[in-house]
Design a binder for this molecule. Structure first.
Ligand code: NDP
Length: 439
């Protein structure tokens, strides 16, 4: 039931999963006997807390903090922290729910969780970010641990924030342990983690295309976002000989027909944390389109002619109108770096059209998978070479693709990776819940 509009994103995510499970339940009715659906849609635990912090002028601010520990059937809760003014309990609940099935698909021992705050990092000084992170961890530390709940980054939480959060955890507990992932390389981080979600989304697209006798080489690609996932999606596409021609942030988008200049993008977004508008100053052939000029009900990135698309910004950023334009202009492959970036209607259209469509919970699972590799390195007190991490990431993405494709075929809808991902992800968690008894 859609009883609360505040949870609209959670209902959207849950509805998609539940609709896909129908053929599984018809074939294996015993899942009903164990009330798996009733149990899996209810988080095991949710923590809501106050975060008070002081800005550089001495003014006190208050934000809302969240951690949802959704399901621990397969391992310790694992999932990122999002700092963005739009964050509500409903956002975190939707992301935590998706995380259960995504983590299951990786084949690694990780349960589903997610957290964050309605804090806006934009325009804040380094010192303000540090004080906010310290205040956030002052409450969160009592709920997490290296074998119980291991948060990571997400929108607005990157290497800098993970550093401040880790420092505060250590100060409060006196323990130096793998309680967060996405750490700096000289203090417990894994090589390849920063790149993993974006690279993984591209590896997933490669797998989908390979099955259709095709490759990414020479393809014009659309990418949205200009953060962690978008940057490393673009980097890998360039490395493979594809031509990513767009990126975007919350203010507008860039169309660079010669291909995005990755060094310039990193300089603007990773180092200077500036605006994308500055990109055109150094690349005169590129065009900047501000959000106010976007089409009604759409996003200009998706209206550029291309063959493949990688939504890497945020949820519901690709609408039915966008999907119609994309298909009409030749897009035949969509691999989602972001979580639930396509609306329900856009997904239905992609599936109807029979294009290679990789839903976020499968296509962007490379990030959390590599986070688990970081946990493995921390507990073994090792640091693996980049080649080893990347080779494992490629294997994991190929395996996720294979599971989704085989499961879709098993349930009579070959090529429907939404069905495949939801059933394959769910089945493992449900079986583990049954094995572990009612709780
Ligand atoms: P970042 O904060 O690094 O980047 C987010 C990007 O998306 C920024 O360019 C931001 O623009 C833009 N953006 C965010 N919110 C909006 C919005 N409401 N409208 C328009 N643009 C927006 O985050 P990540 O790259 O880490 O995350 C991107 C997506 O990938 C999210 O859906 C996240 O859940 C998902 N994801 C991330 C993983 C990871 O490892 N980081 C793992 C799996 C999924 P601006 O800077 O202007 O706000």
């Amino acid at each position: 039931q859609h009883s609360s509009p505040a949870q609209a994103e959670f209902y959207q995510a849950a509805e998609e999963v539940l609709e896909c499970l129908r053929p599984l339940f018809e074939r294996y009715p015993h899942y009903h006997d164990h009330a798996i659906i009733e149990r899996i849609v209810e988080p095991e635990r949710q923590v809501f807390f106050r975060i008070s912090w002081t800005d550089d002028a001495g003014k006190v601010h208050v934000n809302k903090g969240f951690r949802v520990q959704f399901n621990s059937a397969l391992g310790p809760y694992k999932g990122g922290l999002r700092f963005h003014p739009s964050v509500t309990a409903g956002t975190i609940k939707f992301l935590g729910f998706e995380q259960i099935f995504k983590n299951s698909l990786t084949g690694l021992a990780i349960g589903g969780g997610k957290g964050g705050a309605d804090f806006d990092p934009k325009g804040k000084s380094d010192a303000e970010i540090m004080r906010f992170c310290q205040a956030f961890m002052t409450e969160l530390h009592r709920h997490i641990g290296p074998t119980s709940d291991v948060p990571a980054g997400d929108i607005g939480v990157g290497g800098r924030e993970i550093g401040y959060l880790f420092g505060q955890y250590k100060r409060l507990t006196g323990r130096y342990e793998g309680v967060l992932t996405g750490k700096g390389l000289c203090w417990g981080g894994s090589l390849g983690r920063k790149e993993a979600t974006g690279y993984g989304a591209v590896y997933f697209a490669q797998n989908m295309l390979a099955d259709r006798g095709d490759t990414l080489e020479g393809k014009t690609c659309l990418v949205s976002g200009a953060g962690n996932v978008a940057i490393y999606t673009i980097e890998k596409l360039l490395e493979l000989g594809a031509r990513p021609v767009t990126c975007s942030d919350s203010q507008g988008m860039i169309h660079d027909p010669e291909g995005i200049d990755i060094a310039l993008l990193k300089e603007l977004k990773e180092r200077r944390r500036g605006s994308l508008e500055e990109y055109v100053g150094q690349r005169p052939q590129a065009r900047y389109i501000p959000v106010r000029d976007y089409p009604m009900n759409g996003h200009s990135v998706w209206h550029i002619k291309a063959e493949a698309a990688f939504p890497c910004a945020t949820q519901n950023e690709l609408t039915l109108e966008d999907a119609e334009v994309m298909l009409a202009q030749g897009v035949r492959c969509v691999s989602e770096g972001a979580n639930m970036p396509s609306t329900k209607e856009a997904v239905e259209l992609f599936l109807e059209a029979g294009i290679a469509y990789g839903p976020g919970k499968a296509a962007n699972a490379g990030g959390v998978a590599t986070s688990q590799l970081e946990m493995a390195q921390n507990s073994a007190m090792e640091q693996w070479p980049l080649e080893k991490v990347d080779e494992k990431l490629q294997r994991i993405m190929a395996d996720i693709y294979r599971q989704c494709a085989e499961t879709a075929a098993e349930f009579g809808d070959p090529g429907n990776l939404v069905l495949g991902a939801n059933i394959a992800g769910f089945r493992k968690v449900a079986d583990a819940m049954i094995d572990q008894g009612v709780m």
